[in-house]
Design a binder for this molecule. Sequence first.
Ligand code: ATP
Ligand code: MG
Length: 301
Amino acid sequence: MKTKQIVKQARDFAAPFRVAHGRKFRLRDFDPGDTLELKSEDKPRAKEALAIGVQALAELQDKLYAQDRWAVLLIFQAMDAAGKDSAIKHVMSGVNPQGCEVTSFKSPSSEELDHDYLWRCMKVLPNRGHIGIFNRSYYEETLVVRVHPELLAKQKLPAPLVTKSIWKERFRDIRGFERYLGHNGILVRKFFLHVSKKEQKCRFLERINNSEKNWKFSSDDVKERGHWDAYMEAYEEMIRNTATPEAPWHVVPADNKWFTRVVVAAAIIEALASLDLHYPRVGPRQLKELAAAKRALLARK
Ligand code: ATP
Ligand code: MG
């Protein structure tokens, strides 16, 4: 398949799930079970499309790396068991590990709590030419910290700064931060893997019943599930306030993992294709040098 065709197909898969203007965003307009027009018997076709996409991604990344100008930051947020890890694993399976770093953000350490909340994220922003993946991110500051006010209390913020407006301020600061990244050549794309409460229950049960998956199960995850509605409200508010044309969210249906991967790959291909990526162009002087080097190599044994 030609690159142009792959990019067009990617656009068709990603567009229905992209939120670039959050003002009217409502989570209930997005169905976690959506697979567009694909049925489960189309799974093999979807897998094939994913394989083609993974190859296209590898080629785009190669140019990104060689060109050494742009960087790409991919942010993944989701409830537990929505499939963040496996989406990252499958979609990025073809990329050169030298140009890609994944960072998983857990509960902040005491050193991290001693700084502003963007500090730990800033330190691991992708280099030029690289793709950085945040598995969870500074968005947790508007999610878990909002659902659990005791976490905010632990942040040692000066009391006068902790007011009713704190979430609005965080949204504004994050929008500003992402604008700043854009101005510095870091393209930001954000993914919310949208799983249903019913499917999450099935996946938790699978983690309990299947001994090979036991290690993935944590009883804390079940506790967090108890706050489902509060999380959904927080996610909705977050997307409403931080979806922008420069740093859009993708609300990716996550009840069918095969479809999740196709949409995530499509959105990344589309993002990379939107950059003017090309191998560094060689000037007349370098061409001469190359020709001389070739002659020298061929002349000797
Ligand atoms: P998985 O469970 O699939 O392995 P995960 O991303 O859920 O992956 P965990 O180690 O289970 O990884 O959880 C990380 C935890 O850290 C999450 O509960 C998340 O809410 C929490 N966390 C991340 N960032 C922050 C933050 N800034 N403040 C408080 N908690 C945070
Ligand atoms: Mg977890």
